[in-house]
Design a protein around this ligand. Structure first.
Ligand code: GDP
Length: 139
């Protein structure tokens, strides 16, 4: 069985969307096998987002990710990585397909840059990324 990592970002937590978000993954056939709430450190976030640390938007992204606790989960199922990405939707909620978390539950009224950043969830992009991120967040 494949495993993937999903984070509920601070916007999802503050809006109380946790249960709704989990249902999207479960309805797509995935099983939540681990869940914890965590106040991430800047160091942990830099490791998680290592590919983005040097980008101009990173300081805002880190500040946003530190603005409340986050929920860290592992979902399991056949093809879990691809299924979780599909259910999550495109990075920009306005470009995500209907039926995805980011499109259905995202705030399309925000200015472009905030909307792209505050997109409710993270889901690992590849199997390798999933393995790395599961180790990072769950040890
Ligand atoms: P994802 O795999 O769809 O989450 O997207 P990426 O790996 O490309 O980016 C990681 C996260 O960084 C996104 O989910 C957004 O929260 C944030 N992000 C990406 N691009 C931008 C941007 O241009 N501006 C801002 N402010 N945040 C961004």
């Amino acid at each position: 069985m494949e495993k993937t990592l999903v984070l509920i970002k601070p916007d999802g937590v503050k809006k109380g969307l946790g249960k709704k978000i989990v249902k999207y993954y479960q309805n797509a056939g995935l099983k939540m096998i681990k869940r914890k709430e965590i106040d991430p450190t800047p160091q942990l976030l830099k490791q998680h987002y290592f590919a983005h640390v040097a980008k101009p938007f990173y300081p805002d992204l880190e500040k946003f990710m530190l603005s409340s606790h986050i929920v860290v989960m592992i979902f399991e199922g056949s093809d879990a990585v691809a299924i979780a990405r599909k259910v999550t939707g495109a990075t920009d909620p306005a470009k995500a397909e209907k039926g995805t978390i980011r499109r259905d539950l995202g705030d399309l009224s925000l200015p472009d840059d905030d909307r792209i950043m505050m997109n409710l969830v993270h889901a690992s992009a590849t199997k390798e990324e999933a393995e790395r991120e599961i180790k990072l967040w769950f040890g």
